[in-house]
Every structure is written in structure tokens, then in C-alpha cells.
Design a protein around this ligand. Structure first.
Ligand SMILES: Cc1cc2nc3c(=O)[nH]c(=O)nc-3n(C[C@H](O)[C@H](O)[C@H](O)COP(=O)(O)OP(=O)(O)OC[C@H]3O[C@@H](n4cnc5c(N)ncnc54)[C@H](O)[C@@H]3O)c2cc1C
Length: 300
């Protein structure tokens, strides 16, 4: 039986139903879950097909905002256990107030802590990799709990080895934060937020940056600039539009469909390649059981 829509669980407000949509806290009440099993945090980096999905989606965002637990501390640093469902801006403020540095960038990232581990989220010269010590995962196939070291998770720019194991649900992780005066951290959080508000189309539903930066030698090439240089700012297909605020964002102007967004992505990839010869790589993830023969011409 099809459950309610995933649209409300996605920050771009697109998505159909799934055979089962289960909140993590209710998982023990479900014996047999239809397969495949997919795990969703706050849906801030996943484009979900509005035709619906086969199988189960487990939602890990925890609106009860579970407090991090102090595991060990010394003069210079504190080790915390953080629940995967915690909202990143909440973690940023929680640690800032307690004089712990390392999460200041999270204030502008509308995802969960678990999603940030999978994507190695980062901004403002900080990334998850800098603070991660170990990760606790629950294998949804074998029902086993395992602990993985940060080395086993192999975090790199917007990537972790956990992406290759969609059966592993991150339940919590241990992080190491250094001490710093809380006034300095809170000032930095405020600055980050002010900067982000200026450069990010927060007022419209989106999935953040659609494409990753490209490394060429020691320099980074920014996809937003490539897209803007190709004249694609404001390009619109149906309800999906290249944001006039930041060209690496696709925003839902109202009523955008999954097909609008993937067609726009295909168009951007094609036109940027024609204009600059650069191949764009997607940061966002696409969940669909359909084939994209018609629209995604480049790196599907
Ligand atoms: C306005 C806006 C601004 C953004 N700014 C930034 C930014 O500055 N920097 C940045 O890095 N990102 C940014 N993002 C992207 C996004 O917020 C991050 O990648 C975030 O960490 C994703 O978290 P999530 O909980 O939403 O993950 P989701 O989008 O729900 O999932 C992402 C991936 O993680 C997996 N996953 C999620 N939770 C778990 C779990 N508990 N266990 C196992 N797998 C899991 C999913 O299966 C999926 O593969 C932005 C997005 C938006 C909408």
C-alpha cells in the first residue's frame, strides 16, 4: 500500500509516495519492510521522483532535537556523541553556546547530522571530516549495529565511503571539538548566517548546490560561475528555475515537478559543456525507479 507523500520530507518540496514511509523511532514496530530500503535525513540533498518509489523510505530527522551527550573532556577538547537525526543549525547553536568550535558552518546547512556525514557537508572553510571520530551504524538488512572509525568512512569533498553502503543507517557519531570562547564562536555563527543569507536563495525551496566544485590543479572552479557565464541564470523549465541569487541553485518557483528539475539539470550540463568545455558533476542525489534516457545526457 502506498503511504503519504515524500514531498513534505524534501526541502525542494518535490516527491511522490513510497510503498512504506517509516519514522526511525517507529522502526521496531515494523517486521517486514518492502525493499529497497532508502534512508532520508532532512531531504535537503535528494531529489525524489514524484511518480513514487518502490520499497521503504526511513526518515531519520528527529524533531525532538536530542541533546548531544558529553563522552569525555579535557582542558582543550570535548568528545560528544551526536544523534544522526539532529538538525545541523541546532547543533551549531548548541555547541556555540558551550564554547565548542567546529560546527559554526552548520548554521546555514538545513540537513541532519547523519546526512552531513554521508555527504561530508561543509562550508566556510569547515567540514564534517575535521571533527568526526567514529560512526555508529545500523545495518537495515542484517539488523546488526557496527562502529566504524573515521578512516573506514573515508570522507572527502562531499563524499564518504558510506554512500556505497545504502544499507547502513547512521544512528549516531562521536565528534571531537576544541574549546574556544563562546562569544567568538557565536559571533562567527552570526557572520556565517549573514553571509549565507546574502548569497543563498533561502526564501525558495531548493536542494542547495546542485553541482560540486571542480578541482583543476590547485585551483577550484565554481559551477555557479560556469552556469552564469553560459547565460543560464533565470533559465526556467516549468516550475524549476536557475536561481537569480546563486546560479548553482535550482529553486522551486511553485509547482515544479521532478521532470522539470531533471530536464533543467540536463539542460545546464549540456549548455555549460558547450560553452566552457567543462563537465559538471552533481552534488545532489536523485532517487527514481525510472530511466532517464531522454533528459540526462551527461553524467547520469
Ligand atoms: C538551502 C540549502 C543550503 C545548503 N548548504 C549546504 C552547504 O553549505 N554545504 C553542504 O555541504 N551542503 C549544503 N546543503 C546540502 C545539504 O543540506 C547537506 O548535504 C546535508 O548534510 C544533507 O543532510 P540531509 O539530512 O538533508 O540528508 P538527505 O538529503 O536526507 O540525504 C543525503 C544522503 O544521505 C543519506 N542519509 C541521510 N541521513 C542518513 C543516515 N542517518 N544514515 C545513512 N544515510 C543517511 C541519504 O540516504 C542520502 O544518500 C544545502 C542544502 C540547502 C537546501
Amino acid at each position: 500500500m502506498r503511504a503519504s507523500s515524500l514531498r513534505t520530507f524534501s526541502t525542494i518540496k518535490i516527491g511522490g509516495s513510497a510503498e512504506a514511509i517509516v519514522q526511525l523511532k517507529d522502526l521496531q514496530n515494523h517486521r517486514e519492510l518492502p525493499k529497497p530500503i532508502r534512508i532520508l535525513g532532512n531531504g535537503s540533498n535528494v531529489l525524489i521522483d514524484d511518480c513514487g518509489l518502490k520499497g521503504t523510505v526511513i526518515i531519520t530527522r528527529d524533531f525532538s532535537n536530542p541533546e548531544p551527550v558529553i563522552l569525555e573532556e579535557n582542558k582543550n577538547e570535548v568528545f560528544l556523541s551526536v544523534s544522526a537525526g539532529l538538525y545541523l543549525p541546532t547543533l551549531s547553536h548548541w555547541t556555540g553556546k558551550r564554547g565548542l568550535t567546529g560546527c559554526e558552518y552548520m548554521v546555514g546547512v538545513p540537513g541532519t547530522f547523519g546526512g552531513a556525514i554521508i555527504q561530508n557537508a561543509g562550508a566556510n572553510e569547515q567540514e564534517l571530516k575535521d571533527i568526526l571520530v567514529s560512526v555508529e551504524v545500523y545495518d537495515v538488512h542484517s539488523a546488526q549495529i557496527k562502529n566504524l572509525s573515521v578512516d573506514e568512512c573515508k570522507l572527502s569533498y562531499r563524499h564518504s565511503a558510506l554512500k556505497d553502503f545504502p544499507n547502513l543507517l547512521v544512528t549516531s557519531a562521536k565528534i571531537r571539538l576544541k574549546r574556544k570562547p563562546s562569544a567568538e564562536i557565536e559571533k562567527q555563527i552570526e557572520l556565517n548566517l549573514a553571509y549565507r543569507k546574502e548569497k543563498t536563495p533561502y526564501s525558495k525551496p531548493s536542494l542547495g548546490s546542485v553541482f560540486t566544485r571542480i578541482k583543476e590543479g590547485s585551483a577550484w572552479i565554481y559551477p555557479g560561475k560556469l552556469i552564469e557565464d553560459a547565460g543560464l541564470k533565470n533559465l526556467r523549465i516549468g516550475g524549476a528555475m536557475v536561481s537569480p541569487v546563486h546560479a548553482n541553485y535550482i529553486v522551486n518557483e511553485g509547482g515544479a515537478t521532478f521532470e522539470d528539475v531533471v530536464t533543467l539539470i540536463g539542460e545546464i550540463e549540456k549548455k555549460v559543456f558547450e560553452h566552457s568545455g567543462k563537465k559538471l558533476f552533481r552534488e545532489i542525489l536523485i532517487w527514481s525507479d525510472r530511466l532517464f534516457k531522454n533528459y540526462l545526457t551527461l553524467n547520469t
